[in-house]
Design a protein around this ligand. Structure first.
Ligand code: SF4
Length: 478
């Protein structure tokens, strides 16, 4: 249901004035009071249920409330961005705006847009897919990036992930973040290029959340990223924490380092350093000479899923696994179901790990089109037809869990690989990936259907988990 413009204005006013006041003292009573006020304003049952759930967590003294308290101790600019840009714009009002856009244009906008504005990087990490693209001057100018974000906002998208290469090698991106303070930018970075001046700019914006890459402890990080990188990252985390900036870690799990992430001490350390969130990625063999040797084993993946779940339940940090938390997103997010990727050249990829495209944003602009035109290309439509077929959201991925669906989706399109060797994932590597997936399927099906761990996510009709966004996406995303 769409919000009236008066209600839009009231929520924006509340967010920009009343919420910072209510939250100026980080105590549970004030957070609970704010949830009550917001619940009265919320129009959808889904959003009301989220607020009631948050109030219940406060009553239960759940560790997640400790996370909310940590958010409220950030610099006021960061706090404002979390409430206004992430909570109100990206989630609530954005939801209504996306519905309005879908009604007017006949395509559902995504929730999030990932942009890789550069492939340049000061490091040379082993197996990094960004290394597959030429390290040339950046084809996407500030003006193009600005237009992408502006058009995203027209669709109701206020959440952007900036990936790379190393985004902090482009100082003009700080101007982009500053210009769009009504949005939140999660910036994946190796953490070695954030100097004191950059920290001051980030503190001034408040709406930028660096996600700093680690491979575990010093030994694993320096092995893959280079000597001295871990120490530099720790210094960067200290500076960001001191400045009250929202940030977290980003970790790639491989067969060699997965066991590091089973250790609770790792999360304690990240919390101590100031991380408020942590994203896990599984190594996916999408590079030119890639092999499946570095992929975590099915049992390592199963274990990581359980650890991430437990940490989220017990510690004041939000950790998520890009593959194994499909129950939080309704399944795979690719193809515009919930997100899309604009690579450094402007190629429009359904996912950062799906290196195929059948259109390019620069070409679209040249033709007089708009960013949302990509949602209707054959590639994006075909991906949305296959990406949510599996009712088990613990194995959602058309690349690694249902590799044959990716092959099937590509077959009906003119999509081209976006770098040499990208096609290997559905060719040379397909037999290994598929037998790996068959092994993992046994573990994931047990976890989803028989373990009882996900009973909360399977409750039919519960407005907290059965958000219409995932239903739309599962029906093809139109
Ligand atoms: S294609 Fe795979 S990696 Fe990409 S969003 Fe879907 S589940 Fe995630």
């Amino acid at each position: 249901m769409l919000l009236s413009s008066a209600r839009f204005a009231a929520i924006r006013y509340l967010a920009s004035h009343a919420a910072p006041f209510l939250l100026s003292q980080a105590n549970d009573r004030r957070i609970a009071l704010l949830t009550q006020v917001l619940e009265r304003m919320a129009r959808t049952e889904h959003h009301k249920a989220q607020l009631r759930y948050l109030r219940k967590l406060i009553g239960d003294r759940h560790p997640a409330v400790g996370l909310a308290r940590r958010v409220l101790s950030l610099h006021p600019n960061a706090r404002r961005a979390v409430v206004n840009s992430l909570g109100v714009n990206a989630t609530w009002l954005g939801d209504a705006e996306r519905n309005a856009f879908a009604a007017a244009h006949g395509v559902n906008p995504p929730f999030l847009i990932v942009i890789s504005p550069t492939t340049r990087c000061n490091l040379r990490c082993l197996g990094c897919y960004a290394g597959e693209y030429p390290r040339e001057a950046d084809p996407l100018s500030f003006e193009v990036l600005d237009r992408i974000v502006s058009e995203g906002k027209e669709m109701g998208v206020y959440l952007y992930t900036i990936s790379g290469g190393e985004p902090f090698l482009r100082p003009d991106l700080l101007d982009l973040y500053d210009k769009h303070r009504d949005c939140v930018f999660l910036v994946y970075t190796n953490g070695t290029c954030i100097d004191d001046k950059t920290v001051v700019r980030l503190q001034g914006c408040g709406n930028v959340a660096p996600g700093i890459s680690l491979e575990g402890w010093e030994e694993q990080t320096d092995f893959r990223r280079g000597k001295g990188v871990y120490r530099k990252v720790m210094e960067t985390m200290d500076a960001l924490r001191e400045a009250g900036i929202l940030f977290g870690f980003s970790a790639t799990a491989t067969r060699l380092n997965a066991q590091v992430y089973y250790d609770e001490a790792f999360y304690e350390h990240m919390i101590e350093k100031g991380c408020l969130f942590g994203w896990f990625f599984i190594f996916v063999p999408v590079g030119k000479e890639s092999s499946t040797d570095l992929m975590i084993t099915p049992s390592q993946r199963d274990k990581l899923r359980q650890v991430v779940y437990r940490v989220r339940q017990t510690k004041p940090i939000f950790v998520a696994d890009f593959w194994d938390d499909g129950c939080l997103t309704g399944g795979c997010m690719s193809g515009g179901s919930l997100y899309l990727h604009v690579n450094y050249r402007g190629d429009l990829e359904p996912c950062v790990f799906m290196h195929f495209a059948d259109d390019n944003i620069l070409d679209i602009y040249e033709r007089g089109g708009h960013l949302w035109d990509v949602l209707d290309t054959p590639l994006f439509r075909r991906i949305r037809e296959v990406n949510r077929r599996d009712p088990n959201p613990l194995r959602p991925c058309p690349i690694i869990d249902h590799n044959e669906w990716l092959e099937e989706a590509l077959r009906g399109t003119n999509a081209q690989p976006t770098h040499p060797g990208a096609e290997d994932i559905v060719g040379r590597l397909a037999p290994q990936v598929r037998s790996w997936a068959a092994e993992y399927a046994k573990l994931a099906d047990y976890a989803w259907y028989h373990s009882g761990q996900y009973e909360w996510a399977q409750r039919k009709g519960d407005p907290l988990w059965n958000h219409k966004g995932s239903q739309q996406a599962s029906s093809g995303g139109r």
